[in-house]
Write a protein that binds this ligand. Sequence first.
Ligand code: NAD
Ligand code: IPM
Ligand code: MN
Length: 361
Amino acid sequence: MKAIVAVLPGDGIGPEVTTEAVQVLEAVGQRFGHEFQFSYGLLGGCAIDAAGNPLPAETVMLCQASDAVLLGAVGGPKWDDPTASMRPEQGLLGIRRVLGLYANLRPVKLVPALLHASTLKPEVLAGVDLLVVRELTGGVYFGPRKEATPDDQVAYDTMLYSRPEIERVTRLAAQAARERRGRLASVDKANVLASSRLWRRVVTELMRAEFPDVALEHVLVDAMAMHLIRRPAAYDVVLAENLFGDILTDEASMLAGSMGLLPSASLGEELNPHGQPRGLYEPIHGSAPDIAGRGVANPLATILSAAMLLRHSLGLEAEAQAVEAAVDAVLAAGLRTPDIADGAVEVVGTAAMGAAVVERL
Ligand code: NAD
Ligand code: IPM
Ligand code: MN
């Protein structure tokens, strides 16, 4: 197969981790006889610096002309001035919105070799295998807002959802649940928020009408934050609106052991020429300014995101599994980046970890 992958390395550790993921994709191409072409674009802080815009028009065109997008991370202290007119994060939200990527899949799976990398007890973690489906183009991230002015010192953001927005992401999550263990936990704050009451009603009605075979439960978000570290193995698919899903998945990353381990896939309705969704693939972590430029970031979240890219946007399931197996093998052999170094046989940097995955492939 021939495929075009847009690569948006972004800021901080973004370029470090995407370099490794691209090398892994190149190795997959060699081993399985595919031709992947990579086209690079600017997004985030680097785009503000170079083009005066966190999401330049060329970057949008580059993504639209590709089969899938691989993204590192954006943001950093350089662009953090709260009074700045442009923020790197606007670029990220913009590209998700422009590409119509309404569902963000964040799988959280315990790698047995990393049982001791987590801060939680092994007996709590045994059997953890969940998929968080985060709504990605609605809610408080995109609702009407007002910034404070020096005069009024009043600001607001609005959590806004419509029935079709809730229906489409619920359908995707329920379909995933049907292909997994048949259980869906929908997260909301229906005891307080009007948008959550609509969320709960729409989810209930859609599940009853279209997915009577999938077991549905509703969980309040505050309780879910607790359940996730009390009995994480009890969950299969977890469905959440944008902000709740963002927060819960950083928490859930510690079930796997590190932010540096969790991949994600953002999908929408648009198909690429392969007849698959033109997705965007990125680690759930940020630009990690505290470790950027030192070559110690864990590239596995981005490498595993590349595996999701092979699976969801190119339909290459065997190739995706080969990457996942290579990651498992490297971890089983005892290689660790510093974030998961507890009990390591060998502590390595970003490039050596990437090279080890390539070598297994
Ligand atoms: P962060 O995810 O960048 O870092 C949180 C902590 O996790 C840090 O201690 C960091 O060192 C560690 N960490 C993250 N990724 C790691 C990796 N691959 N290997 C090892 N350790 C890793 O979150 P933050 O510090 O709150 O945010 C920093 C910047 O990143 C902010 O500007 C924020 O807006 C941005 N951000 C971007 C994205 C994205 O581009 N998708 C996501 C989250 C945050
Ligand atoms: C993420 C990030 C982003 C989000 C920020 C950087 C806009 O935290 O991808 O999880 O909140 O969606
Ligand atoms: Mn986040």
